[in-house]
Design a protein around this ligand. Structure first.
Ligand code: FE2
Ligand code: FE2
Length: 489
């Protein structure tokens, strides 16, 4: 057993009082911002730049609309949200950390068992800065990717969900900027400014990660993005929530509660599209449902293939010295580190990873510490499969013979072992010629994209849905589905 040092337990006793959020402040927070003038000044000078970015790059055309949004008012489980009509630029973005855990110790790596750090250890400063900036960069990126979608929402319910996701991604940016300003001094402030200067898809100043420079041109892509790419976010945040750097851990723990809603939007969105397709298949006794204003299951499968493959790339190379260093340093753990039954140091452990042997995909053993990215990717894949099982249940309930599936993890990869090779969705390694011939069957082709684009017409009457999507089972926060979720101006 490890025992926390006296000063650590003293600190934690003091901090376990209820974590109330102060909304009287210019920047709502539960970190006692008014007691830290330097930090308060830094954040207050960043705030107007953030609002400029939001007005320029946030949802286009709806800045003056009242939207039924939830705002965090407490970080305690169960009671954290308030719902009301808000104009997005007036949303109370702020800094909310999950409550500290008394006696928390580092759970893995060389410092396992030591009291967690409330300040950054000098030796890990560069690594932590890179992790925080990379995570922070994804948050505004997704808002930029989605900024035109409001013009083509399939219902007011969906429009509201889009904006909820957008304002919360904005808040996630605040969460990372808080860490940069509170713990990294001048370079933290510079990084905070740069987070507002990069632009998704801009070749001159792109966002850091590939998937965050892809356009999100339509609502099918939006639901796939929130299902797969926000789920990557969940896994990254979960590993950072294990961090021995306690402010990062507490920040990420609260972000995860918000992230759950984003994945709900994705999963339920795709499910409603699948349901609509099945209803049309039954009604017209055909799987060619495009003529009936629905999206056929084959097209849905291609969008799964695309969004899954760009999202698994986000986990990085199978073998990674950075990942090993993060782990050994106690700054980025594995998914649910405390639920894993091993020594949490991984000095001698091995782990199975895929590799290519000529044209065959094989499994090889590698030192576990060096393949943590692949292990996390595997956790992500298993989690992704659960939603597909629920979508397939809808298909089966309609007596339709079709099964949606995840493509092989080697399919359409740009990073790692499979980059530069062609792997079919079923895991067969194929030649350039076969790939070029079949790629239009596996990934959305120009016709598919044009068809999806043709469906993107706004539906703005409360309770009405576009032809290609079934209504949701229920509304938001107990409101009816036909509630007036967004007051259009
Ligand atoms: Fe986020
Ligand atoms: Fe998200």
């Amino acid at each position: 057993m490890h025992h926390a040092k006296p000063q650590a337990s003293q600190h934690l006793t003091k901090a376990t009082k209820p974590m109330t959020i102060d909304y009287q402040e210019r920047i709502p927070n539960n970190v006692g911002l008014s007691d830290n003038r330097r930090l308060q000044r830094a954040l207050e000078s960043w705030q107007p730049k953030y609002l400029d970015w939001w007005r320029d790059m946030g949802p286009e055309g709806f800045q003056a609309s009242d939207v039924y949004l939830r705002t965090a008012i407490s970080v305690e489980p169960g009671g954290w949200a308030h719902y009301g009509m808000v104009k997005m630029p007036d949303y109370r973005w702020g800094i909310f950390l999950a409550p500290p855990e008394a006696g928390r110790v580092v759970g893995f790596g060389d410092h396992k068992g030591d009291p967690v750090w409330t300040d950054i250890p000098g030796e890990y400063r560069a690594m932590l800065r890179r992790l925080i900036v990379t995570q922070g960069d994804t948050e505004p990126a997704s808002v930029e990717q989605q900024r035109l979608l409001g013009h083509t929402a399939p219902s007011l319910y969906d429009l509201r969900n889009l904006f909820q996701v957008n304002v919360e991604e904005g808040r996630h940016l605040w969460a990372m900027v808080y860490l940069l300003d509170a713990h990294f001094g001048r370079d933290g402030r510079e990084e905070a400014d740069m987070l507002l200067e990069r632009r998704s898809g801009d070749p001159e100043k792109p966002r850091i990660l590939g998937a965050f420079n892809e356009p999100t041109p339509d609502w099918l892509s939006f639901y796939m993005f929130t299902y797969f790419t926000d789920r990557d976010g969940k896994y990254q945040l979960a590993t950072l929530a294990e961090s021995g750097f306690d402010p990062l851990s507490r920040t990420c723990r609260f972000m995860l509660t918000e992230e759950a809603h984003h994945m709900f939007v994705g999963e339920s969105g795709v499910q409603r599209i699948v349901q609509r397709a099945c209803e049309m298949m039954r009604e017209h006794d055909t799987d060619q449902v495009r003529g009936h204003g629905a999206i056929d299951l084959g097209t849905i499968q291609k969008y799964i293939n695309f969004h899954f493959s760009v999202s698994v790339d986000l986990f990085g190379q199978e073998r990674s010295t950075n990942a090993a260093n993060y782990y050994t340093g106690g700054i980025k753990g594995r998914f649910r580190e405390d639920k894993i039954d091993d020594d949490h140091r991984l000095a001698d452990a091995v782990y199975a990873v895929p590799a290519l042997d000529g044209d065959t995909i094989v499994t090889v053993e590698a030192p576990a510490l060096t393949v943590l990215n692949e292990r996390l990717r595997e956790d992500f894949i298993a989690d992704s499969a659960r939603g597909l099982a629920r979508w397939n249940k809808v298909i089966a309930e309609h007596d339709v013979e079709f099964e949606l599936s995840l493509p092989h993890r080697g399919f359409n990869r740009a990073i790692g072992t499979f980059a530069g090779h062609h792997v079919a969705p079923d895991g067969a390694v194929v030649s350039d010629a076969v790939w070029n011939q079949r790629v239009g069957d596996w990934l959305p082709n120009a016709d598919d994209k044009a068809f999806i684009a043709s469906l993107m017409r706004p539906v703005t009457e409360p309770g009405k849905m576009a032809s290609w999507i079934a209504p949701p089972a229920r509304g938001i926060n107990g409101q009816p589905v036909d509630y007036d979720y967004v007051h259009l101006t």
